[in-house]
Design a protein around this ligand. Structure first.
Ligand SMILES: Cc1cc2nc3c(=O)[nH]c(=O)nc-3n(C[C@H](O)[C@H](O)[C@H](O)COP(=O)(O)OP(=O)(O)OC[C@H]3O[C@@H](n4cnc5c(N)ncnc54)[C@H](O)[C@@H]3O)c2cc1C
Length: 377
């Protein structure tokens, strides 16, 4: 059996390992941290295309069990509200959009890979390639090929191409919080998106009554983010909505210590996605600003397409080339779209128009049983 070394046990890494297994390729996942990603406190929404990719590898049901449905979105601007509208197509089944904590998504995918017989080695940080994979603890691993799924600050990307561009500041910081008894709870399965005078706020309320919120704060790159306390993030976010005619500041200040924040970065283009026996997936290959809410869904699509290419193309070099051919235009279009919307002001009409124009994003379908050569780009 062909074997792969997957570097990074985040969303792209574990999903790729599951997809490879389904394609008949064994792999070990090597994750730098003892348990998982260090910024796993935030949450994300998997859109139709992300759930569709999970369904291609039979992992949508386990993810659905740890998440809640998010079918509708209300936009409001300066206190005025526009009618509710479905996110993309209003699907009621398990392939409808779901909101999930990043930590839960990581855990579910890890558990699913292990349940299917896979191995995840923790505390293994990629250092270099020497025909095999060398880790910073001095150990090494052998494999037929390597998948670099080590996120936006990817070491694999630099090893494949030392001149690869570094992540770029996306012009905003993002703060997240969980507030168990916040005022103004959102209706079930609904996101409320609010453009304030200087910042953007979004929230949803889970079936247990906890409000999950995020605040996008345009501005200069912040320093000392790792040392910033939850209370400081909370006040920094709330202050940006003081004076607005919306409930953002009130919800933020109703939150306890469950607050996380950081600068947002993107990687608009990576000239080389593969070299020799190594290939990149997820944020290692392309990273969109969080504004589009699509990075995880794109990482899942990458994972499935790469495995299908390796399944169907007899030569690995052709599989890597075909994978890039199918994926590059789509992900770079997304990065361009999200980069343009993250840091500026969004009117309700613009936000609504963007949602309706997103059929190309949400309507994407991966049919595992079809040969990849027949798949649309
Ligand atoms: C604040 C924020 C909000 C977001 N919101 C959304 C959203 O709502 N919807 C959405 O779809 N996406 C969202 N995203 C994007 C999404 O989280 C990413 O696109 C997605 O996590 C990419 O998955 P990945 O596996 O490529 O990278 P990651 O999830 O970052 O995983 C990379 C893994 O590699 C490990 N690693 C790093 N370096 C090494 C190394 N040298 N050796 C071994 N392992 C290593 C890391 O520890 C980590 O576990 C958001 C991102 C951020 C930052």
């Amino acid at each position: 059996m062909t074997t792969a070394a997957v570097i990074g046990g985040g969303i792209a890494g574990t999903a790729t390992a599951i997809a490879l297994l389904k394609a008949g390729i064994g792999s070990t996942v090597y994750e730098a941290y003892p348990t998982g990603a260090d910024d796993a406190g935030a949450f994300l929404t998997l859109m139709h295309n992300g759930m569709d990719a999970l369904a291609a590898i039979d992992a949508h049901e386990v993810v659905a069990a740890k998440s809640f449905a998010t079918n509708e979105v209300e936009f409001s601007y300066d206190g005025g509200a526009l009618p509710v509208q479905p996110i993309g197509s209003a699907r009621e089944d398990l392939l409808a959009p779901r909101t999930i904590r990043r930590a839960d998504l990581h855990r579910v995918l890890h558990d699913e890979f292990v349940r299917r017989g896979g191995t995840i080695a923790h505390g293994k940080r990629l250092a270099s390639f020497d025909g095999g994979v060398c880790f910073t603890d001095g150990t090494r691993a052998e494999a037929d090929f390597v998948v670099g799924a080590d996120g936006i600050h990817s070491a694999a990307r630099r090893l494949i191409d030392p001149d690869a561009p570094e992540p770029r500041y996306a012009g905003l910081a993002v703060v997240y919080g969980y507030a168990p008894a916040a005022p103004h709870p959102a209706p079930p399965a609904t996101y409320r998106m609010i453009q304030g005078a200087t910042a953007f706020f979004g929230y949803t309320t889970d079936p247990g009554g906890t409000t999950w919120w995020f605040a996008r704060l345009p501005g200069a790159e912040l320093t000392g983010t790792r040392e910033t306390t939850p209370a400081r993030w909370r006040e920094r976010a709330a202050a940006r909505f003081d004076g607005d005619r919306n409930p953002a500041a009130e919800i933020i200040r109703a939150t306890g210590e469950d607050v996380f924040g950081g600068n947002a970065y993107d990687v608009p283009t990576t000239p080389r996605w593969s070299s020799g026996a190594a290939v990149l997936v997820g944020d290692a290959a392309h990273a969109a600003s969080p504004a589009a809410g699509q990075g995880a869904s794109m990482a899942l699509e990458d994972s499935v397409v790469l495995a299908m290419c390796l399944r169907d193309e007899p030569a690995r070099v052709d599989a890597f080339r075909r994978y890039e051919e199918i994926r590059r235009a789509r992900v770079e279009r997304l990065v361009a779209v999200s980069g343009s919307q993250g840091a500026g002001r969004t009117t309700s009409e613009e936000a609504r128009r963007r949602e309706t124009e997103r059929a190309w994003l949400y309507g994407h379908h991966l049919e595992w049983s079809s040969p990849i050569t027949a798949s649309p780009r």
